[in-house]
Design a binder for this molecule. Structure first.
Ligand code: ASP
Length: 483
């Protein structure tokens, strides 16, 4: 590895480790997101209807501040958290997000051009999709075996069940979660297809939605190779954009040590590692064990069998991307770093350009495993019987829900509603007393979701990288013919 890159990797890992330490150090055991949301609600109500008439200007300013605050502003270290959030989210995450659309567009077009012919592209596309679905399905199966064996839901107490709906309603996730629930399995499929076709590619790009941009660029790239010499100029244009974007990634990455530190510290300061010792902690450990098995056994085995690449070496080469994924909890924001690391590790241009962007939006092994474990956990906590039929349904819908989840923080939590709805549909019978999982049960796990999100996103990115290396080795570049 080049000296500068090695230094950067070390700095990012130090940022990650220090972020964990600082997060735990800043942790405020008295902080309750629930109480904080109550205070915000009261301030808003008071502003709308000031009891007793006139309010002084100073009080009005204070009330407005409170009404517009985030719950974590009420944390003992609210000011520190505000700066951490600003640097991590408003500077580092934004800088990464700024790269996504131009990078996705140019990398997919360059990737398609480098594949050359259409039938080869079809074969690579098919292999890529088989890899994505097969690995997600394996991940889900690992999660299901673990959660059924460990049964973390049995440890949940009545009071925790009673508090869950309030948390669920207050966090403002209600609408987003419920929008996912009604479509069921067929609806989930249609939703994915619907997302792929942009009515207006410029609007999709402006809205920062990678999936429609990928689909448009794929088609554009294929047709570009078919129009002869005119197409070559445009191809070179996108190659130049791609090179510039990669250099920009190189620059933005120097912010990563501080950015990752801030994001990790901000996340952990609100949760604290002590959560692992609670009943929810057993659920979290179940998810983490599953992620560990998938990332350290299954994916390395596949990597070795299909590409003869040394897993540990490749893992090391991907460390910048994996740490960035952990910090940002977003596969899409990490994509620029993933492409850069994968190219440096020897992944071909076509695999890096084509397999990785697609993977960042649809291949989510970690999310699929997490959704399956979470839904069975909630079923156990609410006393819903999960038999073989329900396990199969969960395996299928969790895979689809993960495909449909965007590569952004907490997307998996929201699309989990699809899995909950499918399980409920299958347990409902003629008996009116049959128990189902209330959607509001998700409130039980919202509070700890960020830690799991950081971990599952790293595994999502690791799965993408392994897939790109496998495709790269099994579909080697053909020597370029000089005309
Ligand atoms: N944050 C994850 C990702 O970007 C998606 C999820 O919420 O599971 O890959």
């Amino acid at each position: 590895m080049h000296g500068g890159k090695r230094l950067l990797t070390v700095l990012i890992l130090i940022g990650l480790a220090l972020g964990c330490v600082a997060g735990q150090w800043l942790y405020d055991p008295d902080y309750s997101a629930h109480d904080a949301r109550e205070k915000i609600k009261q301030a808003r109500a008071h502003l709308d209807d000031p009891a007793g008439g006139e309010i002084s200007t100073q009080r009005l300013i204070r009330l407005r501040q409170l009404a517009g605050a985030e719950p974590w502003h009420f944390h003992k270290h609210g000011d520190a958290l505000r700066y951490l959030y600003f640097i991590g989210n408003n500077i580092f995450m934004k800088a990464l997000k700024m790269l996504i659309i131009p990078l996705v567009m140019s990398s997919v077009i360059v990737g398609v051009i480098s594949v050359g012919d259409f039938s080869r592209l079809g074969r690579i596309g098919l292999k890529t999709l088989i890899y994505y679905f097969a690995t997600m399905f394996v991940a889900v199966t690992i999660g299901l075996v673990l959660v059924n064996a460990i049964r973390p839901g049995d440890r949940i107490e009545q009071t925790q069940r009673e508090e869950a709906p309030t948390t669920y309603r207050e966090t403002g996730k209600e609408q987003r979660v419920e929008a996912n629930a009604p479509p069921g399995l067929g609806g989930a499929l249609l939703n994915i297809v619907d997302q792929m076709i942009p009515a207006n590619p410029i609007a999709a790009a402006a809205a920062g939605r990678p999936l429609p941009v990928i689909c448009f660029s794929l088609l554009f790239g294929v047709l570009l190779t078919m129009i002869g010499p005119q197409g070559r100029v445009v191809g070179q244009f996108f190659e130049a954009i791609f090179e510039v974007m990669m250099r920009m990634v190189g620059l933005v990455l120097w912010m990563a040590p501080v950015g990752v530190f801030c994001l990790v510290a901000w996340s952990l300061a609100r949760i604290g590692f002590g959560v692992f010792a609670t009943a929810i902690g057993t659920y979290m450990l179940t998810v983490l064990t599953g992620l560990g098995i998938h990332a350290l056994i299954i994916l390395p085995l596949l990597l070795w069998i299909f590409s003869r690449t040394k897993p540990w070496k490749f893992f090391n080469q991907m460390r910048q991307a994996l740490a960035t994924a952990g910090g940002t909890a977003s596969s899409s924001a990490t994509l620029p770093v993933t492409i850069r690391c994968a190219e440096d590790a020897g992944v071909s241009k076509k695999a890096a350009g084509f397999v990785l962007p697609l993977g960042a939006t649809i291949n989510m092994d970690g999310t699929a495993l997490y959704e399956a474990v979470a839904v069975v956990f909630l079923a156990q906590a609410w006393g819903v019987e999960i038999g073989l039929q329900q396990n199969v349904i969960i395996a299928l819908t969790a895979t689809l829900a993960a495909v449909g989840a965007a590569g952004i923080p907490e997307a998996g939590l929201v699309t989990m509603a699809i899995v909950v709805a499918a399980v409920n549909q299958s347990v409902l019978g003629p008996d009116p007393t049959t128990r189902t999982i209330p959607l509001a049960a998700i409130g039980l796990i919202i509070g700890v979701d960020r830690i799991l999100d950081m971990c599952r996103t790293s595994i999502n990115v690791w799965g993408d990288a392994v897939g790109a290396m496998i495709i790269s080795r099994t579909e080697p570049d053909e020597p370029v013919q000089d005309s």
